[in-house]
Ligand binder design. Structure first.
Ligand SMILES: Nc1nc2c(ncn2[C@@H]2O[C@H](COP(=O)(O)OP(=O)(O)OP(=O)(O)O)[C@@H](O)[C@H]2O)c(=O)[nH]1
Ligand SMILES: [Mg+2]
Length: 650
């Protein structure tokens, strides 16, 4: 931003002040950015944020003050005019005979007030209130309006600064001015003046303090105590025509030397070097005379010779007003100007930078640590959950396989049961058919009809035999089937136990012997009663047929009824529990599958959580990048070499 200042540059101050102003604005911007960023992401507490906000305000309303201190007539007013106000084309501050500045004054620009000279009457010295208290208020001041549009009228207005009043020595003493008693004395009319003047340099925050000689400083200790202490630069003026006088030295020793922290912003001006050029002396001699004086002054004041600026304020002002480059170069005013501008701005930057650096460094360090700990906490979680997820993934995979297995096992069991059911039904049907009491009854009825239609004993025997062959055949076949069923039940029990872990259905014992035995008994009985020839003769065919049916056939039917009922019960006692077991097995398997589904859901919950955390980590990356850009921005603004204000402890 800064453009190189040349000897002819009328405004060496302006670029420096603009530079500083831009730097301050950038800094305010950077501080505000950092503060808001830290607050938004909960990286700063309220106090640090408040301290940063305070720095922002301080930067925004920044003033730079230069105090000019010298004994009477060293050329302060002329130098101020030459340095800052030559662009007006006329002298702003009156200088010369009878225009001695006898009241300390500040020149500044306060846009909230009209241009004016405000004057604090000397009588306020009687008040117990401090000068700074008066300065902070507007009460008690006399105000003289200024018209900046008419520069030529300004000098006249400024004449009030030289106003005196004639008082008795007693009155002067009463005001703390002067020591002798008797007679009358001239004392300043004004105690302090504040000039509010709209000028570009002043508008950029420059304040000029003009303090008249040793007496004024001695009379008004607050000037030394506060105004000079607070000044950003102090220009102490001497004049080559008078050299370093005793009062100059006293002024220096009492009021300038003790000011701490000025460093390079304490300047000594050796004014009126034009007086060394009488027009006959060769330039070389003039230059070595200047050099001698500079060294002598530096020695006397115990300062570095580079802090001593020989110049001619009068020539400087005249050259500037006339636009005469050669004379301006000879005046050397620009050298002081450049040193002042650079030194002041540099010192002010250093000042700001020191307080900003401390604040920003702690906030950056704090927020860095916070970001790091948040990030590492989440990273740990991601790692842990990742491991869990790995395990879970395996678990879920195996659960998936298991669930599929379970499902196919259920399917198999169901198919097996259905097959069994079919066989069982076939057996049950066959047994029901074989043991059907109605069929047995029909056989009985057929046998009875045969007995009726037979006319000789042998025929009866044959009919009965045929009857028994039929029913026995049925029973025999039924016993065979029951045997098959028993075998099948045993096999099924084993298979269901082996394949699906079902506990075997307890097989109820079912004895089949009694049915053929009962048939045997009935047949024996029958052959006794019906086969012999006598029975037919004695009882008659009809009665015999009836007897056969009522005694033999009904009993056989009864055997079939019992067999039929018991076989049904027995068969059901196997198939029912088996069905119940298979359906219990299905239920369990289904609930296992459901459980696995729940675990899978939990797994997808875990995946969601990990996704969230990873999103947080990505955000953390962004925060870290933002942090770095804040850090780098401040490093740049604070002129710090290296990686940043806070070197990340990575
Ligand atoms: N030869 C010469 N005379 C100068 C120079 N600067 C100022 N003077 C003269 O010195 C006298 C005092 O100048 P001022 O500017 O009034 O000095 P000051 O320090 O403000 O003086 P007071 O306000 O009276 O204390 C005036 O007559 C100026 O013309 C200079 O560079 N060369
Ligand atoms: Mg003056």
């Amino acid at each position: 931003m800064s453009r190189p200042a040349t000897a002819m540059d009328h405004r060496a101050f302006e670029p420096s002040l603009i530079d500083l102003k831009e730097w301050r604005e950038d800094m305010v911007e950077a501080l505000r950015g950092l503060r808001r960023w830290a607050l938004t992401h909960r990286l700063s507490d309220e106090q640090s944020a408040a301290r940063i906000a305070h720095l922002e305000r301080r930067l925004a309303s920044d003033r730079l003050s230069i105090a000019f201190v010298a004994e009477v007539s060293r050329g302060k007013s002329e130098l101020v005019n030459a340095l800052f106000f030559a662009d007006l084309g006329v002298r702003l501050l009156p200088s010369g005979e009878g225009r001695t500045t006898i009241c300390p004054m500040e020149i500044l620009h306060d846009p909230s007030r009209p241009p004016s000279i405000r004057l604090l009457p000397i009588e306020t010295r009687e008040s117990p209130r401090a000068l700074r208290e008066f300065i902070a208020e507007s009460a008690g001041w006399k105000e003289v309006a200024l018209d900046p549009a008419r520069p030529e009228s300004l000098a006249q207005a400024f004449d009030v600064l030289s106003e005196t009043q004639n008082v008795t020595a007693g009155e002067a003493q009463h005001l703390g001015l002067g020591g002798e008693s008797g007679g009358r004395v001239e004392i300043p009319r004004w105690r302090y003046a504040i000039v509010n003047f709209p000028h570009p340099l002043l508008a950029m925050g420059l304040t000029i303090l003009d303090t008249p000689g040793l007496d004024a400083l001695r009379n008004e200790p607050e000037l030394t105590m506060h105004r000079l202490q607070e000044a950003d630069a102090v220009v102490f003026m001497l004049s080559v025509d008078s050299g370093v006088t005793d009062t100059d030295l006293a002024l220096w020793r009492e009021h300038i030397e003790p000011i701490e922290g000025l460093g390079h912003t304490r300047y000594v001006v050796l004014n009126k070097i034009d007086g060394l050029r009488d027009g006959t002396k060769p330039e070389g001699e003039v230059l070595s005379e200047i050099d001698r004086q500079v060294r002598r002054t530096a020695e006397t004041l115990d300062v570095d010779p580079t802090q001593v600026f020989p110049l001619s304020a009068r020539q400087g002002l005249a050259a500037r007003i006339a636009g005469d480059g050669d004379t301006l170069a000879k005046s050397r005013v620009y050298r002081l100007e450049q040193a002042l501008a650079r030194g002041l701005v540099h010192a002010r930057r250093q000042d700001h930078a020191t307080s900003i650096r401390a604040e920003v460094r702690s906030l950056l360090a704090e927020s860095f640590a916070l970001l790091e700990s948040r990030r590492s906490f989440v990273e740990e979680q991601v790692a842990e959950l990742g491991q869990l997820q790995g395990k879970n993934q395996k678990l879920v995979d195996s659960l998936g396989r298991k669930a599929a297995d379970e499902r196919s096992r259920i399917e198999e069991a169901r198919t097996a049961l259905a097959g069994l059911r079919a066989v069982h039904n076939r057996h049950a049907e066959e047994l029901a058919m074989l043991l059907d009491p109605a069929t047995a009854r029909e056989a009985g009825l057929r046998a009875r009809a045969a007995v009726l239609s037979t006319s000789f004993s042998a025929g009866i025997g044959q009919s009965v035999d045929a009857y028994f062959r039929e029913v026995r055949g049925r029973i025999t076949r039924a016993v065979e089937v029951i045997g098959e069923v028993k075998a099948m039940m045993a096999t099924v029990n084993r298979r269901f136990a082996d394949s699906w872990g079902l506990s075997p259905v307890e097989l109820a014992p079912f004895s089949t012997d009694r049915f053929p035995l009962e048939l045997d008994r009935l047949e024996e009985h029958c052959s006794r009663d019906f086969r012999s020839a006598t029975s037919l003769l004695t009882r008659g065919r009809r009665a015999l047929a009836a007897l056969f049916f009522d005694t033999v056939a009904t009993q056989v039917i009864h055997v079939f009824e019992i067999a039929d009922r018991e076989v049904r019960t027995w068969m059901n006692s196997f198939i029912r529990p088996l069905e119940a077991q298979v359906s219990a097995f299905q239920e369990q398997a289904n609930s296992r599958i459901e459980g696995m589904a729940r675990i899978r859901d939990a797994e997808s919950g875990l995946v969601g959580r990990i996704d969230d955390l990873q999103a947080f980590l990505r955000e953390s990356e962004e925060r870290a990048k933002e942090w770095e850009s804040h850090d780098a921005r401040f490093a740049r603004l604070l002129d710090i070499e290296g990686p940043g204000v806070v070197a990340p402890a990575r």
